[in-house]
Design a protein around this ligand. Structure first.
Ligand code: ADP
Length: 257
């Protein structure tokens, strides 16, 4: 495996919340891992979900109403960032918030602007934390899930690898929540069309994507010579071993590094 220079880490909503609260411990663990990566000269961009669920812990609005979800996103985004700030402070790392929507990647000028911002942040040791701008995005302008936002961020912001931290430890040959004999696939080199039209299967009330959006993201990256690693956000050892030691223990690697 070649030496990685820049990676994007996407953190799913299930990883960020526990029993209806933000999981500060998991955010701390992620901060520690980012600090290790930085010490190994690997630049890290985070894509973080969790704003709506964080907002809900403060003001429990009815999530079925779009305007309420958008309000929850704006309440939760600042709360979420305040927790990131506290945990990253422990490792003397500064963070920066970037809110994007799909349309930002449609305009070359806007993409370039965002690229320059990201480059300056990383050159100065700051960790950019990206999320979809859910409080204003309308359906036509939004990705609607952070898997695809993170895949675009990986490609356009010059990273070699997207790491998806989910509540599942890899990609299985069938849905492991339904089939107890499902087997994890350590590597995936091609994604067949039928895999992309499976039923949407997010695992919790705040998740939006399920496995299909992760596969679409993997395909987007593999088509562009980038790789994606799907792994558990509850135990970061396998990601750390993989990124820092080039050692594969669990998780699924899509494409080649
Ligand atoms: P996140 O919030 O991390 O994005 P999601 O709940 O959206 O997570 O997606 C992960 C979920 O996808 C898993 O917890 C699992 O329930 C479901 N899933 C369906 N089919 C598969 C599969 N073949 N392999 C792994 N996970 C699958």
């Amino acid at each position: 495996m070649k030496k990685l220079k820049r990676v994007v880490i996407k953190i799913g909503s299930a990883v960020l919340s526990e029993n209806g609260e933000l999981s500060k411990e998991r955010i701390l663990n992620i901060a520690e891992m980012v600090s290790k990566f930085r010490k190994a000269d690997i630049e890290v961009i985070l894509v973080s979900s969790g704003a709506v669920s964080a907002g809900y812990t403060k003001v429990p609005l009815d999530k079925r109403v779009l305007a309420n979800r958008q309000a929850l996103a704006s309440i939760g985004q600042s709360y979420l960032m305040s927790i990131y700030q506290k945990k990253f402070d422990r490792f003397n790392l500064n963070i920066a918030q970037i809110l994007l929507i799909q349309a930002d990647f449609d305009s070359r000028k806007r993409t370039e602007n965002a690229q320059h911002t990201v480059d300056v942040l990383l050159a100065n040791g700051v960790v950019p934390i990206i999320n979809e701008n859910d409080s204003v995005a309308t359906e036509e302008l939004a990705f609607g899930d952070n898997d695809q936002l993170s895949a675009h961020s990986t490609y356009y912001f010059g990273a070699e690898l997207l790491i998806i931290l989910s509540d599942i430890d890899g990609y299985y040959d069938k849905n492991p929540r339904v089939y107890s004999d499902a087997k994890i696939r350590p590597t995936v080199e091609t994604i067949e069309d039928y895999e992309l039209i499976q039923e949407v299967s997010p695992n919790n009330e705040f998740a939006t994507g399920g496995i299909v959006t992760k596969l679409k993201s993997a395909k987007f990256l593999m088509d562009r010579d980038r790789a994606m690693f799907l792994s558990s956000g509850f135990n970061l050892k396998s990601v750390e071993n993989f990124v820092l030691g080039g050692e594969y223990r669990s998780g699924t690697l899509f494409g080649k590094l």
